[in-house]
Structures are given as structure tokens and as C-alpha cells.
Ligand binder design. Structure first.
Ligand code: CO8
Length: 260
């Protein structure tokens, strides 16, 4: 499948999705959303694909935000009527049950930061810069930034970033818990792909349920989350991969997974 604004390829069980509008610093427009939505649906539907990585083309930007030129021409009523960009959350995030990683190279601003935060985790290059500069445009985050950034780094830092529009560098992002790890830019893609391959080598149902368990922590109370975790654990004990995984440990060999 070829797309207008992104590139996709599969390497073993890992799908690599690259935002490909380098001249606009990979700004996210309606076409990018449509392309990403269909690429993520294809990834989710393909049983041979077990983990995905999303990154930006070029060395300068993951994505410098929603496309300001597109937004500048859009009447307010259309933002509401089209429910502009609502699909990012409903189609990309909610329907993608397999794990995916954002490999953030360079700027991740506004919608770019918000897209990265939708991933299950972020690996950042040492030149990465995160920010929610929408206030400088007279608006505010509109794709989850005020919510996900606050959950990721806490109220004080999130509030400061949203109110001043300042950027956070990779080192501060790691210290604040926004990103899992920082690596040199030259190693970013290799590192993210290797990490994704490690995840793809795990029992697939266990990977999906581990993801669901951690995400549940953001959606509910501790008591409800602990119950959900216990139920998912109990479901996993009924899988063939659990029998194989425990037998493989006892027999001192690698497990062979069936995904059931
Ligand atoms: N949209 C469109 N084009 C962009 C964007 C963008 N977000 N960012 C950069 N570009 C374009 C520039 O216009 C320029 O194009 P051209 O060469 O045709 O003039 C090209 O990319 C290169 O950019 P610069 O020359 O500006 O490069 P610099 O190295 O000087 O600066 C920056 C890099 C600091 C990243 C700078 O480009 C910048 O500040 N960009 C805008 C960042 C920003 O404000 N992002 C937030 C956008 S708003 C948003 O994301 C809201 C999301 C919520 C929407 C949900 C609605 C419901």
C-alpha cells in the first residue's frame, strides 16, 4: 500500500511508519490523519505484524504540529462540524491494541507532541524537543496534550509548558518521565526497531494485555484497575502460550509462541 504523506514498511514482525512531509517539518494535516488511520488499521489487521514504530522523515522533526497553514484557512464552524482531528484518538489510539512506539527525532510540537504521547512509549533522539506552543497561536492543545502531558509529567511542568509554550529538551523529557529513553540521533531508528523487535518476540496476547493493563491505570481507580489486572492475568493463564512459556522456562529453552 502506498500513501501520499507517510511511508510504511515491514521488517519481520515490525511495521515502520514514517511521517513524510519533511519540507513542512512533517506537519500533520487532514491527509496525514487519513493515511495514518489506514496504516494503523492495516497494522492492526495483519497477524504477522506484532509491534509498530512511528517516526519522522529527516533529522529535524518528528512532527512540528498540526498544519498551521491548513488550520489558518478553516472556519471555526468547520472545526466543530468535522470534529477536526477527532479520529486521531478514536481510530488510531483506541483501535490499535497492539503495541507501538514513537521514535521522536527532533521537534515534537503541538499535535506532534500529542501524537508521540498517544504511542505506548517514546524513545527520543538527543536532539528531540517537546512542546505545546499552541498558546502562541491563540489556541490550546486540541489532540490530548493538556491531558496526556499532565498525566505524564505532572501539573506544574505541564501547566508551565502550556502557558509559556516553551520547549523541553530530551534530557529534561527523560528526567520528567515523558520519554522512556534518550539515544543519539544516529542510533534512534535502530534502537527503536530493536526494541520493537523485542516486543514482537514476546507472546502476542501477553503483549496486548500488558499494554491494556498499563493503559487501564489511566482510566480508572486503583481498586478497579487491580481487578482488571487480575482478570487479565487469569485470562492469560488459560492460553497455550502460557503453557509453552512456563514449560520452556522449566526445560531451559526459548518459548515458541502461537498467539493463542
Ligand atoms: N504547520 C505547517 N507548516 C509548518 C509547521 C506547522 N506546524 N511547522 C513548520 N512548518 C513549515 C514552515 O512554515 C516552513 O515552511 P516554508 O519553508 O514553506 O516556509 C518549514 O516548515 C520549515 O520551518 P521553519 O522555517 O519555521 O524552520 P525553523 O527551523 O526556523 O523552526 C520550528 C522550526 C521552531 C519547529 C518552527 O517551524 C515552528 O515554530 N513551527 C510551528 C510549531 C507549532 O506552533 N506547532 C503547533 C501547531 S498547532 C497544533 O499542533 C494544534 C494541534 C491540535 C489540533 C486539534 C484540533 C481539534
Amino acid at each position: 500500500m502506498t500513501y501520499e504523506t507517510i511511508e510504511t514498511e515491514t521488517r519481520g514482525a515490525v511495521t515502520l511508519i514514517t511521517l513524510n512531509r519533511p519540507k513542512a517539518l512533517n506537519a500533520l494535516n487532514t491527509q496525514v490523519l487519513a493515511d495514518l488511520t489506514s496504516a494503523f488499521a492495516a497494522f492492526e489487521a495483519d497477524d504477522s505484524q506484532l509491534c509498530a514504530v512511528i517516526t519522522g522523515s529527516g533529522e529535524k522533526a518528528f512532527a512540528a504540529g498540526a498544519d498551521i497553514k491548513e488550520m489558518s484557512e478553516k472556519p471555526a464552524a468547520d472545526f466543530y462540524k468535522e470534529d477536526f482531528f477527532a479520529g486521531w484518538t478514536s481510530d488510531v489510539v483506541k483501535k490499535t491494541r497492539k503495541p507501538w512506539i514513537a521514535a521522536v527525532n527532533g521537534f515534537a510540537l503541538g499535535g506532534g507532541c500529542e501524537l508521540a504521547m498517544m504511542a505506548d512509549f517514546i524513545i527520543a533522539s538527543d536532539n528531540a524537543k517537546f512542546g505545546q506552543p499552541e498558546i502562541k497561536l491563540g489556541v490550546a492543545p486540541g489532540m490530548g496534550g493538556s491531558q496526556r502531558l499532565t498525566r505524564a509529567i505532572g501539573k506544574s511542568k505541564a501547566m508551565e509548558m502550556c502557558l509559556t509554550g516553551r520547549m523541553m529538551d530530551a534530557e529534561e523529557a527523560e528526567r520528567s518521565g515523558l520519554v522512556a529513553r534518550v539515544v543519539p540521533l544516529a542510533d534512534l531508528l535502530d534502537d527503536a526497531m530493536k526494541t520493537a523487535a523485542t516486543i514482537a518476540s514476546m507472546p502476542p496476547l501477553a503483549a496486548m494485555m500488558n499494554k491494556e493493563m498499563v493503559n487501564t491505570a489511566f482510566e480508572t481507580t486503583l481498586d478497579q484497575g487491580l481487578i482488571a489486572e487480575r482478570r487479565m492475568f487469569q485470562v492469560l493463564t488459560s492460553t497455550e502460550d502460557k503453557a509453552e512459556g512456563m514449560a520452556a522456562f522449566v526445560e531451559k529453552r526459548e518459548g515458541k509462541w502461537k498467539g493463542r
